[in-house]
Design a protein around this ligand. Structure first.
Ligand SMILES: Nc1nc2c(ncn2[C@@H]2O[C@H](COP(=O)(O)OP(=O)(O)OP(=O)(O)O)[C@@H](O)[C@H]2O)c(=O)[nH]1
Ligand SMILES: [Zn+2]
Length: 216
């Protein structure tokens, strides 16, 4: 097993702060070392030579990469929303669309990625707009299935902001269906979850119209 370089050790010992309210232990040295050791073995089992130059640092890179790709476990999505809720007398639909989603399927640990479209109808409070994509990331940066990701985002916004309704639509491509398995390159999976006023057909139709409308 290769030694972790000084630079990586320095990175690891740094704890980064996330907007002052959620601590992310970005590179936990014990975790990185242990995951890297497993990947060193995996490389050998795949028929590779883990001691060849190009692969020397690969186990550590993979370990750090995996820790980044699952950093949502260290985030507190409800706290993210609570940190920027403002009293406001606005009761029309607020839509944030085309939010990039990068997640990993829990079955194959391969990426699925695409877009999330989210709306809520305020009920006395609005939320800082950037907090919506941050909540998406907090749930997406974990091992997921698209359906649970969709419901978790809906429930978090509903339970924390307590709006008159929440709508979440997510469209993703799953690499486990494209690179392997069914090998379908163009299929896109759409999931949706609604609460409150979005259960009403007219409100839902308005949301769907807004997320398909172009700005041009
Ligand atoms: N519902 C759902 N299924 C998912 C998601 N991501 C991956 N999957 C599916 O999880 C299933 C796992 O099925 P298994 O039969 O246990 O695994 P497998 O033998 O690798 O299946 P194939 O992918 O068909 O080769 C597959 O059908 C995947 O397409 C997701 O987000 N939601
Ligand atoms: Zn999968």
């Amino acid at each position: 097993m290769t030694q972790l370089s000084d630079k990586i050790l320095n990175d690891i010992s740094e704890e980064s702060e996330f907007e002052g309210y959620v601590k992310i232990d970005r590179y936990n040295s014990e975790k990185i070392e242990s995951i890297a050791a497993h990947y060193h073995d995996i490389l050998g089992k795949l028929g590779e030579d883990p001691s060849r130059e190009g692969l020397l640092k690969t186990p550590e890179r993979v370990a750090k990469s995996l820790q980044f790709l699952t950093h949502g476990y260290d985030m507190k999505p409800a706290e993210i929303l609570k940190s920027a809720m403002f009293k406001e007398d606005y009761s029309q639909m607020v839509v944030v669309k085309d939010i990039e989603v990068y997640s990993m399927c829990e079955h194959h640990m391969l990426p699925f990625f695409g877009k999330a479209h989210i709306a809520y109808i305020p009920n006395g409070h609005i939320v800082g707009l950037s907090k919506i994509p941050r909540v998406v990331d907090a749930f997406a940066r974990r091992l997921q299935v698209q359906e649970r990701l969709t419901n978790e985002i809906r429930d978090c916004i509903q339970d924390t902001l307590k709006p008159a309704g929440v709508a979440v639509v997510i469209e993703c491509k799953h690499l486990c269906m494209a690179m392997r398995g069914a090998q379908k390159q163009n299929s896109v999976t759409t999931t949706s979850a609604f609460t409150g006023e979005f259960v009403n057909e007219k409100t839902r139709a308005e949301f769907l119209r807004l997320i398909t409308a172009s700005l041009d």
